[in-house]
Design a protein around this ligand. Sequence first.
Ligand code: C2E
Ligand code: MG
Ligand code: MG
Length: 692
Amino acid sequence: MEPTSLRNSAPPGRRLAFFTYLTIVILSAMAAAVPSAVQYGPKFLTLPFTFWLMLALACAADFRPFNATGPRQSVAVFPSICFAFAALLMWGLPAAVLIQTCATSVFAWRTRHSAWRGLFNISQYTLALTFAFGVLSLGPKIPLRDGTIDRHQVVLILLACAGWFATSHVLVATAVWLRFGGTWRQSLTTAIGSEGLAAFALLLLGPFLVAAAQVSGWLIPLIVAPLYAVYRVAGLSEDHERLSLLDPLTGLANRKALFTAVEDAITELRELPFDSQDRRLALVVLDLDRFKQVNDALGHAVGDRLLIEVGRRLATCVPADALVARLGGDEFAVLAPRITAQDTARDLARTVAKALADPVRLDGMPLDVASSIGIAVYPEHGDDFTTLLRHADVAMYDAKTRGDTIAVYKPESDHNSPARLGLLGDLRRSLETPGFGEVALYYQPQVDMGTGEVVGVEALLRWRHPVRGLVSPEELIKVAEHSGVMRLLTCRVIDEALAQLARWAEGGMRLRAAINVSVRDLHTTELVDYLAGRLAEYNVSADQIQLEITEGALMADPRRVLTTLQRLDRLGVALSLDDFGTGYSSLQHLRRLPLSEVKIDRSFVLGMSTDEDDASIVRSIIELAGALGLRVVAEGVEDERTWRWLVAHGCHVAQGWFYARPMPADELPRWLAKYRPPMLLRAVPNHPEAAS
Ligand code: C2E
Ligand code: MG
Ligand code: MG
């Protein structure tokens, strides 16, 4: 519903132009109508009963006219116009203007329109009737007092209707444009079809009223039935139009409405002068972090109530000119149509985050609805709705993976840039077509610090792109992770690693392999079935496999993968938390998830010998892992000093260039044959295997 403050006023910056225009329209209407009304003078008193009946019906009909929503409240679906048009045909302009003025005044009084709105409506109708009368006057015998209408007059009547509608529509569209902004063309074309149809349907009832009046004035009230039909159809189509733009659950705008609003706002911004301060708009997208759990645990009815409350909070916390929409599921968006800088968008996002920070109480139960928020700004991050929405989504996922609440779009986080899509295509081809580039695994030994023995290897992906050469696995994973190619890639890695373990076993080498998987691989339990199948096929025991999942990705939404982790655990496959220290693990999750190992991120291990903070982090991770009964692995051990320090501090396993770089599978047996454990061997405290 249009707020009262807007209904009867115009925004400050537009007032002068708007009210000047209004004054011109009102004065023109007076100039057109007053002289003929004065001339008509006493004839008003001689008008027949039929005229007064029509006037009464027009007022009654407009007492509750079809009330269109939105800025264009002056749309032409006022039933009174058919009576005014009939009066125009029968008794001339002053009689028609009188009917229209009375009916419009009734409407203005009933809807509490300000005086200027009422006057403007009366004036635009007066001018429309004047124009129509001018067209009709081109032919003879107007007014049609004898009630005969020949074919020439039918053509003139049609032209007069067109003239009426054109005048009214242009006058109203210009007022809307001056009052609400946008482009004049846009304002002119908005709803032109439906308004034109309704206006023609009503105006063309006019000649039938004329014909009916010739037979008997008592036929006139029968017009109420077709009028009611026009009214209902217009109402239904308006309802349909309105509902198609609303989200039925929350009553907020839906994706379609947001699309229109963003595209309109962009058109408006494009027309602003280049030095204008607020030539930006922000699209803020958010989704609730734990909505799925609420839905699963408490049922959809509670989930729905939660969404309604979130919608309410959003709608009340944003500025008046912002539009809140629900995109579907637990995804919402806020459009800030005019901002001066990206920081304003950040402030808006902070307000939104704050509004959602307090738990929602449903049936006395507090539900935590924290959200991740992504921001895309026009024109920096896109110049149409689709691009802005996609980029705001990318930013939102970026925020989620980093454990942040708010992120502004950065092209680096976009997995869909043309270069990345090209790489993804090539990767898919190389996975599906043998010979197109080479996907291979390198293996890096892992050494027990207590015994110096090689306890396993980590399988690391290598891809030689036919043109680009070696592509870093990190870049590759980033590209593949958000697509179906990730599943293909993980399956290939698992298959390859297990086949290799089987080959080594044939040669008498029983090794354990750590395989990296993406957290997305764990969203379904498909991976467990695949792994179980491969283990059986290659006759490899489950305890020879360990899956590594990076801490940041796992802890972003641990519950989502819990079922898969539990099934892997039951299968006997150990789980390792990779790059530990870079994510945000809660101790509760560390205790509850079926993990057997943490791998200290190599950035801390690499910095340890020079940075006291890094050394403290490594020390506390070793202590924490010891307290939780988890094996602790240090990766990135490059030198003897680091190795000694780690041995002294009770780290269980190490991996790094100090021992060996990742190597192709066929080099490993040679390396193993030559390998001699480093000399310092000490009992390692807290070693889980020592404890048992
Ligand atoms: P990660 O799992 O933490 O793997 C360890 C990374 O440290 C490897 O980088 C390894 O080559 C490197 N590294 C090992 N020792 C040292 C050292 O002493 N010094 C230094 N500077 N680096 C060392 P890489 O092979 O480039 O792999 C990078 C990341 O890509 C991996 O980190 C892992 O997260 C991901 N990745 C690799 N292969 C796969 C895979 O098959 N699947 C998935 N999902 N991710 C993979
Ligand atoms: Mg790893
Ligand atoms: Mg790592």
